[in-house]
Write a protein that binds this ligand. Structure first.
Ligand code: PGA
Length: 251
C-alpha cells in the first residue's frame, strides 16, 4: 500500500511568523492524522521555527531546494545536512519554477537527488512535467521520460524507493487549469512504467507519484481515485489552513 502524501509547496510566501501561525492552526486540526502523510514546505528561514511547532505531531517538514555540496563558498545555498539539522525530512527538487527561472537542469537535479539520498534521511520530491507547447506537440511522454531517466541516472535500485516523484504539468501550475484525472493518470502510469524499467516492477510499485498543478479541494477526489496517483504537491490551495485541511481530508 502506498500511503498518500499531501504536501504544501508554499513557494516564496509566508514570513516565519505567518508560517508558525499556519502550522499552529494546522496541528490542531490534523496533527494526529496518520493515514495520510502531511508535509509543509516553507521558505528556508521559516524551517526552524515551523519545525519547533510541529514537533511531536504527524506533520512533516520539507524544504523547497537544496545544494549538493556539504559546506563552503557557495553564497546563497543550503546543504542537505543543514536542512536535516533544521528538522527537514523532505526536499522538493527540480520544481519547474526552478528549472525556468534558476536554470536547473536534469544534471543539477540528479546531483541534488544523489546528495540527498547519500546523506540519508532526506526524501527528495522530484518534479517533472511538460510545458504547454510540449503537450501540444505531442512530446509529453518524451519530455517526462527524459526528465525521469536523466534525473534519476546512476541511482541504485535500493535508493529509488526512497524518493517521491511529482508529476506537475507546467501548464496547470498556478493557472487554475487542472489536468483531468484521465490526462494525469495517463502520465502517472507512464512514469511508473519508466520507473519499473529503471528499478524493476516491485520497486516502482512501492514508489509514490504525486500530482501537482492547481490541485484543490474540488478536484482532489477525482484525481486520487486514479490508480497511479498517490497524493498531491499543492501550491495555491495549500496557503490557507481551511483548504489545506480539506485536501488532507479528501474522500
Ligand atoms: P499550484 O502549484 O497548486 O498553485 O498549481 C503547484 C506547484 O507548483 O507545486
Amino acid at each position: 500500500m502506498r500511503k498518500p502524501i499531501i504536501a504544501g509547496n508554499w513557494k516564496m510566501n509566508k514570513t516565519p511568523a505567518e508560517a508558525v501561525e499556519f502550522v499552529s492552526a494546522l496541528k490542531e486540526k490534523v496533527g494526529s492524522v496518520t493515514e495520510r502523510e502531511i508535509v509543509v514546505c516553507p521558505v528556508f528561514n521559516a524551517l526552524v521555527p515551523v519545525s519547533g511547532v510541529i514537533k511531536g505531531t504527524s506533520i512533516k517538514l520539507g524544504a523547497q531546494n537544496v545544494y549538493w555540496e556539504d559546506s563552503g563558498a557557495f553564497t546563497g545555498e543550503v546543504s542537505v545536512s543543514m536542512l536535516k539539522a533544521s528538522g527537514c525530512e523532505f526536499v522538493i527538487i527540480g520544481h519547474s519554477e526552478r528549472r525556468l527561472y534558476f536554470h536547473e537542469t536534469d544534471r543539477t537535479v540528479n546531483k541534488k537527488i544523489k546528495k540527498s539520498l547519500e546523506a540519508g534521511g532526506l526524501t527528495p520530491i522530484v518534479c517533472v512535467g511538460e510545458r504547454l507547447e510540449e503537450r501540444e506537440n505531442n512530446t509529453t511522454f518524451k519530455v517526462v521520460e527524459t526528465q525521469v531517466k536523466e534525473g534519476l541516472s546512476g541511482l541504485k535500485p535500493d535508493d529509488m524507493n526512497k524518493l517521491v516523484i511529482a508529476y506537475e504539468p507546467v501548464w496547470a501550475i498556478g493557472t487554475g487549469r487542472t489536468a483531468t484525472p484521465e490526462q494525469a493518470e495517463e502520465v502517472h502510469a507512464f512514469i511508473r512504467k519508466t520507473l519499473s524499467g529503471i528499478a524493476g516492477e516491485d520497486v516502482s510499485n512501492e514508489m509514490r507519484i504525486l500530482y501537482g498543478g492547481s490541485m484543490k479541494p474540488e478536484n482532489i477526489s477525482g484525481l486520487m481515485k486514479c490508480e497511479n496517483i498517490d497524493g498531491g504537491l499543492v501550491g495555491g490551495a495549500a496557503l490557507k489552513v481551511d483548504s489545506f485541511v480539506k485536501l488532507i481530508n479528501y474522500e
